[in-house]
Structure formats: structure tokens, C-alpha cells
Design a protein around this ligand. Structure first.
Ligand code: ZN
Length: 100
């Protein structure tokens, strides 16, 4: 079981959370200008990286808030968590958060 650190509540068991898909998917600026292919890309096509992946999670049985997680899909470990609305943290080559 994963131990996920909610940015608002602290570390909690994975059972308290629900997965919300890939993070940082921006809505189209001009939705009426999109053709079917562009809509399909926005709605359904997601990255599936081998390595660190930005994901959206919700602390369903806690504060109820959405936040973002960087999870390594190879080791299934959480690299870091950060509040929704913040940009993805830069990581160093050894997987540590690059603090500026
Ligand atoms: Zn929480």
C-alpha cells in the first residue's frame, strides 16, 4: 500500500485517496475551433510514461481536495506531491526535487 502525503493533511494511507487521471491537462482555449481529431486528443489521449508521471489525485476520505502527485511508474513510489494549480516541480537526475 502506498503512503500518500496530502499537501493539506499530511501522510495518509492510499485507501483514503482516489486517482483522478493525468495532471496538467489544459482545456482548449477555443473549444468551438477544434475538429473531431483535436477533441479526441484532448478527451482521450494521455501519456503513459515509463518513469515519473504527473497524476491528479483526490483526498476523497479526508479534506476532499484535488492535488497533484509525481509517481514513478517503474517502482510505484511517490516522488512528491503538490497542490493543484501549481506547476510541476523540476526534478534532478537522481529523482530529487530541484529546490530553487
Ligand atoms: Zn487532504
Amino acid at each position: 500500500m502506498l503512503l500518500i502525503t496530502c499537501p493539506h493533511c499530511g501522510p495518509r494511507a492510499e485507501l483514503e485517496f482516489s486517482y483522478g487521471g493525468e495532471a496538467h491537462i489544459a482545456r482548449p482555449v477555443d473549444p468551438t475551433g477544434l475538429d473531431d481529431e483535436a477533441w479526441a486528443t484532448f478527451l482521450y489521449k494521455r501519456s503513459n510514461p515509463k518513469g515519473v508521471h504527473a497524476e491528479r489525485w483526490r483526498h476523497l476520505h479526508g479534506c476532499g481536495r484535488f492535488f497533484n502527485v509525481l509517481r514513478d511508474t517503474i517502482s510505484d513510489t511517490i516522488v512528491t506531491t503538490y497542490p493543484a494549480g501549481e506547476s510541476r516541480p523540476e526534478m534532478t537526475s537522481d529523482g530529487k526535487e530541484n529546490v530553487r
